[in-house]
Design a protein around this ligand. Structure first.
Ligand SMILES: [Zn+2]
Length: 482
């Protein structure tokens, strides 16, 4: 159901008038009382009192913040079908439920349903580019369904193809996989990118993941990998990738938390970047969000929300959590030395950069999106809420975005020059259809699990003895605990 209060004609020029504009350009120019003009799919101009072409639609940004669309570099979008189900899980319980018990139950239409809802949720929240870390593509039909959903929602997406139900050297080397990639991703469409998504758990000396990296290299596609996940993926994986020259500037290391200085040096030296999911790292225990280590090593940072089975798709929350985690650690360490922090090293401005420009750089899309500059694709967000007591006074725009605003304050969203949300309502998006798809999937999964397993899965017992087996699939070592 469309809830537009304003009709926009496709291709109609748009101008945001009189806003506080966070350009996120190299100099981080902040303009007040400024306009952003969009012609076609591009930003035509940014500045004061811009002349707009005849017939341009005017969007009043008075009292609001105009900023680049946010970029989430790691979301398991299919899991949105089980929104909130695992709020009290640990990472072990997540692995058990998804990897060993119920992940296999997801049919192509269930992947479709989760992706559809997640994609709509992203644009509604001002996240104009999202990497779908899609690691339950058990068959090509599942992959087609995931891709169909992404193409039906007017956001910018990257399908990161993965499959936890098989080893990466198995699924990536089939003719069906090659055929799928060439059929659906050969067009060079900047609305739908492609990556390969797989992990390198503690090493087999044979490094069988090599075959999957070779496919990625041959196809010329980036690899995204959960790295530095406490006792799941370790320095060994990074070392093997490095020794085989698979670490590149386009490689994304998700979490990158529990790693040694050697591994950070290797990431820095090869130009890759880290995708921080602070709420995830804080709750699931991959390791402390390593913001200070990444900054010390000069490693690029982007932000992500990981999965709605636990958390939201809200990058305001990611910015807030990331800034708070960095400062909490700084205070705690200072107090342990009997010192007082009198000057925060990480600033609000930096996390806004990570949520926008950082994502664009990580995805190799910095020339296209991530800042409001003439010539770039028009992915633009207006944060404005005249009914909210939180929108004024607007004194410190970066601080306001990080600690005051929330996704309900996202007033207008433009992706590729097209208005997809205006006056707090989605435009041209059928939320009712997504709801029906989700209801069918939830009904089916409830039936598959039965009432007992359904409840037990949501509220898993704390085992009497410590869980000793690492349930991560394609793990070679028998016992990772000590
Ligand atoms: Zn993840």
């Amino acid at each position: 159901m469309t809830t537009a209060s304003h009709e926009f004609t496709p291709g109609q020029p748009l101008v945001f008038r009189n806003g506080t504009v966070l350009t996120m350009d190299n100099a981080h120019h902040v303009l007040t009382g400024a306009d952003v003009l969009i012609v076609g799919d591009r930003i035509a101009a940014v500045g004061e009192h811009l002349a707009a072409p005849e017939g341009a639609a005017e969007i009043d940004a008075t009292g609001g913040v105009v900023m680049p669309g946010m970029i989430d570099t790691h979301r398991h979008m299919w899991q949105t079908a089980m929104r909130g189900y695992g709020a009290d899980w640990t990472l072990t319980q997540y692995f058990v439920w998804n990897y060993l018990q119920w992940g296999k139950s997801f049919r192509p239409q269930d992947i479709y349903a989760g992706n559809l809802l997640s994609a709509i949720e992203a644009i509604d929240a001002g996240v104009t580019t999202t990497v779908d870390w899609s690691h339950n593509l058990q068959t090509i039909d599942h992959a087609e369904a995931a891709t169909d959903a992404l193409q039906q929602v007017p956001g910018r997406f990257v399908l990161a193809y993965g499959n936890i139900q098989a080893a990466p050297w198995e699924w990536s080397t089939t003719p069906e996989f090659r055929d799928f990639v060439s059929r659906r991703f050969s067009g060079g469409d900047d609305m739908l990118g492609f990556q390969m998504a797989f992990d390198v758990p503690p090493a087999s000396p044979d490094f069988p993941e090599k075959a999957a990296f070779e496919v990625a290299r041959e196809l010329g596609v980036p690899v995204t990998t959960h790295a530095g996940v406490w006792k799941v993926t370790t320095d060994d994986g990074i070392r093997l990738m490095y020794e085989h020259e698979f670490m590149t500037p386009s490689t994304i290391y998700v979490h990158a938390a529990s790693l040694s200085a050697d591994s950070y040096h290797r990431i820095a030296a090869t130009g890759g970047s880290a995708s921080l999911s602070t709420e995830s790292e804080q709750n699931a225990g991959q390791g402390y969000p390593p913001t200070w280590k990444l900054r010390a090593h000069g490693i690029g940072v982007s932000l992500s929300m990981d999965t709605s089975v636990w958390w939201s798709a809200d990058l305001f929350s990611a910015m807030r959590a990331t800034l708070s985690a960095d400062r909490a650690r700084e205070h705690l360490e200072a107090h342990n030395r009997d010192e007082t922090v009198t000057h925060h090293h990480l600033r609000a401005e930096q996390v806004v950069d990570w949520a926008t420009r950082g994502g664009a750089k990580a995805l190799g899309m910095d020339s296209l999106v991530g800042s409001l500059e003439p010539g770039k694709k028009a992915d633009v967000v207006l944060i404005k809420n005249d009914a909210s007591p939180v929108m004024f006074p607007l004194l410190n725009p970066y601080g306001h975005v990080v600690f005051q605003a929330q996704r309900g304050d996202v007033h207008t969203v433009v992706v590729n020059g097209r208005v997809v949300k205006h006056d707090h309502g989605l435009v041209g998006v059928d939320l009712g259809a997504a709801r029906r798809e989700i209801e069918r999937t939830v009904d089916y999964l409830r039936g598959e699990l039965g009432p007992e397993a359904w409840t037990a899965g949501m509220h898993p017992d704390i085992p009497e003895t410590r869980v000793l087996d690492n349930p991560y699939t394609y793990t070679y070592t028998e016992d990772l605990t000590d």
